[in-house]
Design a protein around this ligand. Sequence first.
Ligand SMILES: [Zn+2]
Length: 318
Amino acid sequence: MSISRREALKTLGLVGAAASIGGVSVGQAQSSSLVIPNGAGFNRIKVGEFTVVVLSDGQGNPSALLPNWGANPELQDEFKATLKANYIDPAAVRNNFHPVLVDTGKNKVLIDSGNGVNTNAPTGRLVNHLALAGYKPEDIDTVFLTHFHGDHINGLTNAQTQAIFPKAQLITGEAEHTFWTKPATGAVGAGVAKNIVSQSAKLKLIREGMEIVPGLSTVASYGHTPGHQSVLISSGTSQMMVFGDAAGHFLLSLNYPSAYLGFDADKPAAVKTRASLFRRVAGERMLVTGYHFPFPGVGYIRKRNWGGYEFVPAAFQF
Ligand SMILES: [Zn+2]
């Protein structure tokens, strides 16, 4: 049995003028396909007066979680048991990637830029999901980069290093930029950061605790990379912490205070940073999002009696 497109839209409650999501018609954004992803690839919430949109850049192909996402050799069995107790198969996990748009009314700031389009991967969907949320790439006036790993910066440009967000100023941490682009460390870095180097004219470097735009400021969170910075969003009395990769894995890095990632550059520093960030956001009951947390990506951090923490997802709001 086949149903017509119109019948299918009717079933979905999308017939007529309502056949659009975020001002973008379903047909336009999805070509002829009728498959509308759960949550349409974004999660829009309010933080004070600001609109915050957690965007999915797609999910990676299933791959082994260990040892990269919990690298302590002495904890491998415990990590496996914790994952299984949470119904996660350690051998086949789809990674999430969550750039965040903050629309302050005055500025539209994108925090991290995703993996970039790669026809061989199920990622690189940021711009599509941005459209579903009602924003065009040229609407973005600022892109802030937490750090220079490829899954955070590759979406800045296409393969020809042309800017995907043509009107945006790029802002990032001075220490992070120095690490990846100075000749001393640049053997790897210059290649990795080529899409940033190609846009140096639009680049502004800032230090910890500084303002990105009014209402958004950087929070030092060194360890995952030498100059990693998270973002604190503040509007009125409401606040939200955009961790970037400083929070690590939503179960292992939270449950085990000594856990570190295989790709934490300075492991003891990353562990120390996590401890202080988690203490702060749990103590202040602050809303958080982590770049690799499970979609739709928003919640709270709660301290538990064994000395670790746990992620408490915030209920999804339509
Ligand atoms: Zn990452």
